[in-house]
Design a protein around this ligand. Structure first.
Ligand code: GRG
Length: 291
């Protein structure tokens, strides 16, 4: 099956699952609208696609992995809603649309983010309660750890503190590893666990995710410098203006491009022992992405 066909199949399944979860009548209706607004705003669905691809690579069927794919996208979406708030990055455009707080107000945007995070945990725990093999519990724990205070939230905290500080390589890798790569690694490992991956495959997926995360973030930094706001669907040029710690700020744009290509190749190499054409192609496509 071609890369595009597989990607389309994953995105359709994830979109359906997210819509189904958010249409639950027990969610406070105006809150559900604010949550759905961002969750269905046209994100690339990178993390859930990685999760589903790792699950299939490990030999799993899509059904058992779907709750986790929906959950990780909800967590990612919460992080974007909160990141866009005036107290953080103060952005008014995301995924080509006004940001959540611009449409629903700051208070409701905070709650929409809280709601997506908590609902994601609820969805994963409910799947774990049904699964005697404890694979779902392990996957839930993996996602909670890497999205939380050891992972993405820790990276975001360091990112907040790094503004206007002397550029420093250790802090840069800390931020990008935790803020960005941890969520990709969480998706890959959780998918692998649900699909029944052995330790060797889980280690290979981890290295792939770590390298892809760095490449993805370098591309994000480069797009902020050189990208087109219209195709990106968000503002550009902010990192430089706000003196943020980024790869181009520390290493220069040219070296950052070389490093980005190198990390992409290392990502694909990590899985060379497996039949993982989809994940290898994804690494290549992300290195060329414009949005
Ligand atoms: C608020 C706890 C908390 C964390 C925020 C995601 C994030 C952490 C900040 C957003 C800013 C940023 C550059 C994060 C790095 C990760 C990244 C490139 C996110 C954007 O992910 P995409 O490109 O977005 O997958 P779409 O919209 O396609 O889902």
């Amino acid at each position: 099956m071609s890369y595009e066909t597989t990607l389309g199949r994953y995105i359709l399944a994830v979109d359906d699952a997210i819509k189904k979860y958010l249409s639950d009548a027990r969610i406070h209706p105006p809150l559900a609208s604010a949550m759905e607004y961002s969750a269905m705003a046209g994100g690339k669905r990178l993390r859930p696609c990685l999760l589903l691809a790792a699950n299939e690579l490990a030999g799993g069927a899509i059904e058992a992995a779907l709750p986790f794919a929906a959950a990780i996208e909800m967590i990612h979406t919460y992080s974007l809603i909160h990141d866009d708030l005036p107290a953080m990055d103060d952005d008014s455009l995301r995924r080509g649309k006004p940001t959540n707080h611009v449409v629903y107000g700051e208070g409701m945007a905070v709650l929409a983010g809280d709601g997506l995070l908590n609902y994601a945990m609820q969805i994963m725990l409910s799947a774990a309660l049904e699964d005697e093999s404890r694979k779902a519990l392990r996957a839930a724990s993996e996602i909670a750890e890497r999205a939380g205070v050891w992972g993405m939230i820790a990276g975001q905290a360091e990112d907040l503190l790094a503004v206007n500080r002397e550029p420093n390589e250790k802090a840069l890798y800390y931020i990008h590893t935790h803020k960005t790569a941890d969520m990709l690694v969480a998706a890959l490992r959780a998918g692998g666990i649900i699909g029944g991956a052995d330790d060797a495959l889980l280690s290979a997926l981890t290295v792939y995710g770590e390298k892809l995360g760095l490449a993805f973030q370098i591309q994000d930094d480069l797009l902020d410098l050189y990208g087109n706001a219209a195709s990106l669907g968000k503002s550009t040029g902010k990192d430089e203006k706000e003196n943020k710690l980024t790869f181009p700020a520390l290493f220069g744009a040219e070296r950052s491009m070389t490093m980005q290509g190198q990390y992409c190749r290392e990502a694909a190499d990590a899985l060379s022992a497996y039949d993982s054409q989809f994940l290898a192609t994804m690494a290549y496509r992300l290195s060329k992405r414009e949005s």
